[in-house]
Ligand binder design. Structure first.
Ligand SMILES: [Fe+2]
Length: 318
């Protein structure tokens, strides 16, 4: 009997999505609220993902990457992520949030001259377009997109990408679970919805609220990653807010021909209660006569990765 083919092949693209790293500069290991070592939390998450053998084509950070916009914080971020990304040949995509300094962000993460203009970019990774939108408003906590940014986005989306587009932004376009969050929500969402209508945008990823959540916006899935530094306790008494040194996570995004899967990966792991090795897993799949097809994109990448870097080119809106 021929093997049964699994319902889906391997994904065309895998993306690691992290958010709200909120790194502090300086050499004295300052802590958020005098408690949370945000650098250590990020290092732990990256080390765990590295050890897992995950092989993303891109690593995307959706804003509030520094707590105070300090140059040292951006240097820390590069120090943590660059060796991991370089080893994998993964593109690294940075999105600013309201806690970032556009000038220092440009200098420290993009290698550009300092400027306070919004940072919107398009990055292509093996045919998948990742568009970053700068929703930050210097001096404010809420998010907004200027008309010039929406015009740029509209022009960019005129040409569809081979595998479609993911938009990465800090302030998520979705309702607020908490009343207090309306003070820092993304404003003018109807204007963004108009630009996205009929486009090739397949997913919107964001951060800002410090918990994992999903919604749809203009019919497009929205996936918010919790923070890597700490999270909001969703069991706090109604109307109150409590932030806790737990619940840190990142998201894995798996891009298929006709769907995109967003998976939350918590930092904390409890005691192991059972275990199947990779070899045993392969043996069981084979024993069941199950065939999982490789995606053409992933197969081409693994065949060529030793001899070429990932195809990346940037179109900066500056
Ligand atoms: Fe934020």
């Amino acid at each position: 009997m021929p093997p049964r083919t699994a319902e889906y092949p391997r994904p065309n693209h895998t993306i690691l999505h992290l958010s709200d790293t909120r790194l502090l500069g300086g050499t004295d290991r300052r802590r958020l609220f005098d408690r949370v070592d945000s650098e250590s939390k990020l290092r732990q998450i990256v080390e765990r993902m590295d050890a897992s053998g995950v092989d993303p084509q891109a690593i995307v950070f959706t804003g509030d990457l520094s707590e105070l916009g300090e140059p040292d914080a951006y240097a820390q971020l590069r120090d943590i992520i660059d060796p991991f990304a370089e080893r994998l040949g993964a593109a690294v995509v940075f999105v600013p949030g309201e806690r970032d300094s556009r000038a220092e962000f440009r200098t420290g993460l993009l290698g550009q001259l300092p400027s306070d203009e919004p940072i919107d970019r398009a990055t292509f990774v093996d045919g998948l377009r990742i568009i970053t939108l700068d929703t930050s408003v210097p001096g404010s906590h809420h998010g907004e997109l200027a008309h010039s940014q929406l015009d740029w986005l509209s022009d960019e989306l005129l040409t569809p990408a081979p595998y479609g587009t993911i938009i990465a932004m800090h302030h998520p376009p979705m309702p607020c679970l908490f009343d207090l969050h309306t003070t820092s929500e993304l404003r003018g969402q109807a204007d963004l919805a108009r630009v996205l209508a009929g486009s090739d945008v397949r997913s919107i990823i964001a951060g800002h609220v410090q918990f994992s959540t999903t919604a749809t916006f203009a019919g497009i899935p929205v996936s918010v990653s919790s923070a890597t530094c700490y999270s909001q306790d969703l069991t706090a008494p109604a109307g109150s807010h409590r932030w806790v040194d737990s619940g840190q996570s990142c998201n894995l995004i798996s891009v298929y021909d006709d769907t995109i899967m967003h998976t939350v990966v918590p930092l904390a792991v409890g005691p192991v209660i059972s275990w199947v090795s990779a070899e045993e897993s392969s043996r069981l799949v084979e024993l069941d006569d199950m065939l999982i097809e490789e995606s053409a994109v992933a197969a081409a990448r693994s065949a060529e990765r030793a001899s070429r870097p990932v195809t990346i080119w940037d179109v900066a809106n500056t």
